[in-house]
Design a protein around this ligand. Structure first.
Ligand code: F6R
Length: 604
């Protein structure tokens, strides 16, 4: 999703704006721009495409400013182009915006009737025009408030005004915005990473807040226009430089980060000394008679794995639904339901709306979230953290396995709280669970073998992924990973569903990837593989040693670690991630920033 940086600096800002925008690249974008105060008026530079295109523009025409704003845009209204890139400008106003203004069409018409002409197709320009209009009759901060009062939708903005040389104004509703406190300098950013190179002293604005920063201070106002203070904290993530190290891509690095990510996550739930597993935040899991999980994309597949575990281990009924459907469906919920939003970013618009809906129904809400300062983390009754660290690759990897780790621990905690475990079983199961990081590391060692599959798979037009039980959502996740980074069409199916339609797709050109470590359902999956092989399909079986011994003739077999079925969704995730990764590398695709995708989808 789009990224924002604003600096009221004591020294030149051009390179610093670019530095910050580069840190925001991971969010996905298709154009970028900066603006700054030069000799008492605001100038801007913009470019379609990558930040290096903007750097070329700046090399030709530098921006000698010490106050400036910058933006990476992920197109919503209007195609990616220089003219639609931010900053957008109208009269004295130059601004950048994340989010979507829902009533922009009406506002645009009303402004046109007042004689205003528009340059771009963006909803953002409407805010600039409106603010410029309000500035005719009021001082900047009042004009900003009057403008915000007319907007419907989600936004975070940063604004420069001609004639106000040491001022940046900002506002947030629906999209996050942080204020950074420096030494004689102040910053605005769409997240802590944006201002990370400059300060780790950060205040998160609340919903509806707006702010004016100068070199020395931030003047924050709440939705009602009252001056307020937002606590300034020291944020570790802001200081930490997120680097690729020796890896070629962030995605590769993040696949390798998974043992640590899972270990850190599990340590928030399990006391390794006592073997006790608990739900953070003092939540009594025995109080609930149902769990409702809401999430999007990869996080929803983690949720589906969670459902198998809550029901099997804890006997706790669990529903999982993609948030974009759940939020508009008026679902029937019962009061003793624990609603769990699962999200890496904690900002995904649909998941956040579903979480808020559950809260409004009076349900206890929890957020399994990786960004602990995110909106979901702050709005849910309780945070069930994942500790994957910053995930930069757009395709989720370590966040997914950490979500599965957290949900597995929570399912065990629910089993313990509901009296479903025999004496000694809790300690036994937590000990097993703590083996996951090591087993994940073993699975990652399959990397060289998996790489050899890539040249052939890269030629495929379609790929099917099959699994049963918790391996079925993993098959869905495998297909999603391949689609999003290699652009090869892929589908995940429950292995038993194959004969109800998808088997018609099988021929010698369609690779079928079966994820099936040996478990009580393994024999059934073998039958499904034989059905594929009989129709000329090329089977790649990802299994363990025992599964390999029973593999059907002709299948290409990748032998992963032997593990308890409870751990298999985490342990068998890296092989399917690596497969997608090496196919994408083989195809020369932009692995970390796949086309059309954004890291955090804060619009509907
Ligand atoms: C796929 C992927 C997306 C996200 C989805 C939800 O690799 O990353 O499908 O999982 O957009 O994002 P979060 O988890 O931030 O809510």
């Amino acid at each position: 999703m789009c990224g924002i940086i604003g600096i009221v600096g004591a020294k030149p800002v051009q390179d610093r704006l670019i530095d910050s925008l580069k840190r925001l690249e991971y969010r996905g974008y298709d154009s970028a721009g900066v603006a700054g105060v030069v000799d008492g008026h605001v100038e801007r530079r913009r470019a379609k495409g990558k930040i290096r295109a903007l750097e070329d523009v700046l090399a030709a025409e530098p921006l000698p400013a010490s106050v400036g704003i910058g933006h990476t845009r992920w197109a919503t209204h209007g195609a990616p182009s220089q003219i639609n890139a931010h900053p957008q400008r109208a009269g004295r106003v130059t601004l950048v915006h994340n989010g979507i203004i829902e009533n922009y069409a009406e506002l645009r018409e009303a402004l046109k009737e007042k004689g205003r002409t528009f340059e771009s197709e963006t909803d953002t320009e409407v805010i600039a025009q409106l603010l410029d209009y309000e500035l005719q009759t009021r001082p900047p901060i009042e004009a900003l408030k009057a403008t915000l009062d007319q907007l419907t939708g989600a936004y975070a903005i940063a604004v420069l005004i001609d004639g106000e040389d040491e001022l940046i104004m900002g506002a947030r509703r629906g999209s996050p915005l942080v204020v950074g406190y420096g030494d004689g300098e102040m910053f605005l950013g769409s997240d802590a990473l944006a201002v990370g190179p400059f300060t780790n002293q950060i205040a998160y604005l609340d919903e509806g807040d707006y702010v004016a920063i100068d070199r020395k201070a931030a003047h924050v106002f709440d939705e009602a226009g009252r001056a307020v203070q937002r606590p300034v904290r020291t944020v570790a993530a802001a200081a930490a430089l997120v680097e690729k190290g020796n890896y070629r891509h962030f995605m590769e690095k993040e696949i390798h980060d998974q043992p640590d990510a899972c270990q850190h996550t599990l340590s928030a739930y399990i006391n390794p000394t006592t073997g006790h597993v608990h739900a953070p935040g003092g939540v009594d899991l025995a109080r609930f008679d149902r769990v409702q999980i809401v999430a999007c994309g990869t996080a929803s597949y983690a949720g589906q794995i969670g459902r198998y575990l809550f029901e099997k281990l804890a006997g706790l009924p669990c529903d999982v639904e993609v948030a974009s459907e759940f939020r508009y469906r008026q679902p029937a919920v019962t009061p003793a339901t624990l609603a769990i939003a699962v999200s890496q970013s904690g900002e995904t618009a649909d998941t956040l709306a579903a979480l808020r809906w559950c809260k409004a129904q009076g349900l206890t809400t929890a957020a399994v979230v990786n960004v602990h300062e995110s909106t979901m983390a702050r709005e849910a009754d309780v945070l069930f953290p994942t500790h994957a660290g910053p995930e930069i690759g757009v395709a989720s990897t370590k966040a997914f396995t950490s979500q599965v780790a957290a949900l597995t621990a929570l399912a065990l905690a629910a089993a313990a709280a509901r009296g479903r475990l025999k004496p000694g079983e809790e300690a036994h199961d937590t000990r097993l669970l703590l083996e996951a990081p090591r087993l994940i590391a073993e699975a990652i060692q399959l990397e060289d073998q998996i790489r050899t599959l890539a040249p052939e798979l890269a030629k495929a037009r379609d790929v099917l992924y099959l699994g049963r039980g918790p391996m079925y959502p993993l098959a869905l996740e495998g297909a999603l990973k391949l689609k999003e980074i290699s652009y090869i069409h892929a589908e995940g199916y429950a292995a038993g569903e194959l004969k109800h339609g998808p088997i018609a797709l099988i021929d010698e050109t369609t690779p079928v990837i079966v994820i099936a470590p040996s478990d009580p359902l393994f024999d059934k999956t073998i039958s499904n593989m034989s059905e594929v092989a009989a129709r000329g399909g090329r089977v790649i079986l990802i299994t363990d040693e025992e599964g390999a011994r029973n593999a059907p003739a002709g299948a290409r077999v990748i032998v992963g670690p032997t593990c308890d079925p409870m751990l298999a969704p985490m342990v068998y995730a890296p092989p399917i991630q690596l497969l997608a990764y090496y196919v994408a590398v083989q195809k020369g695709a932009d692995v970390d920033q796949p086309r059309n995708l954004a890291k955090s989808v804060t619009v509907e």
